[in-house]
Design a protein. Structure first.
Length: 276
């Protein structure tokens, strides 16, 4: 009888061990399966369009790309910092650095993908030289894009900056304002509304295209090509920038497919140029 009980106990122990091993194996398989899903946040074209283009390429590498739609730029960075996503794709490095400084985060630019070409637009004039005295000019409210807008006005000889090469200029750095322009700070996503209210507005092709406007046809002052300081980048965190998933997206966004898309679909409209 004792022998039978001993055998039964041994069998029960074996079952428990096998069950535990099976559970661990199942957990590992599930974990491995989850690791193959890459979450990247973006909110508008062409960011989302480019991510859609590389879905198939990533699938061939064994990954499933999930494009996480967000309502604004801040939400995309909050989600990344909170480790809710693996990366985001919408911003340039100066904007990212400003966000890091303000929020004590550790976001990093993994790869520059394309250089978006901003411009100034007006519903009333066709030439920026015709801008009236005392005109109300809408510029972005965040420091990095505000500086970019002022640098562009300096380049167009509308104002003169103390240091036109600085990426941190503000209205206080304007040395000469011959047309006595007034500057109204507007959040990036509200610049389209400002187009109908102000005399002149700075904007990116990503947003202004919703009004049927493009830099090449409607822009009154365009940024010079070649400077990649403000190139739109794939952004991750310091702790995951070298992860296989992030590197896979980096590789996909630096492909000839994406370069062809930028050159054929965006560049002819003055929208963007490749940054790689």
């Amino acid at each position: 009888m004792k022998k039978v009980l001993s055998i039964v106990a041994s069998l029960l122990a074996l079952v428990l061990v096998l069950t535990a091993c099976s559970s661990k194996t199942s957990d590992k398989k599930e974990e491995k399966k989850e690791d193959k899903t890459i979450k990247v946040a973006a909110h508008v074209p062409p960011f989302t369009d480019m991510l859609e283009l590389v879905k198939e390429d990533l699938q061939k590498e064994g990954y499933t790309l999930e494009i996480v739609k967000v309502s604004d730029n801040v939400q995309a960075n909050v989600a990344l910092a909170n480790k809710e996503i693996d990366a985001n794709f919408f911003q340039h490095e100066p904007f990212m650095k400003q966000y890091n400084e303000k929020n004590k985060t550790n976001l990093v630019a993994v790869a520059k993908v394309y250089n978006s070409i901003p411009a100034f637009y007006s519903k009333d004039i066709k030439n920026i030289k015709d801008l009236k005295d005392g005109a109300d000019v809408a510029i972005p409210s965040d420091p990095t894009n505000l500086a970019r807008a002022l640098r562009l006005l300096d380049h167009a000889k509308v104002i003169t900056l103390k240091d036109p090469n600085s990426f941190t200029v503000t209205e206080a750095d304007i040395k000469d304002n011959p047309k006595h322009l007034k500057f109204t700070k507007v959040s990036l996503l509200n610049l389209n509304e400002a187009y109908n209210e102000k005399d002149l507005v700075f904007n990116y092709p990503t947003y202004i295209s919703k009004l049927g406007l493009t830099p090449d046809k409607n822009g009154l002052a365009l940024e010079k090509e070649g400077d990649l300081t403000f190139a739109i980048s794939l952004v991750a965190r310091e702790d995951n920038k070298d992860d296989a998933k992030v590197q896979a997206v980096k590789k996909a966004l630096a492909s000839e497919k994406i370069k062809d898309y930028i050159n054929k679909e965006l560049k002819p409209k003055g929208h963007a140029t490749p940054a790689f």
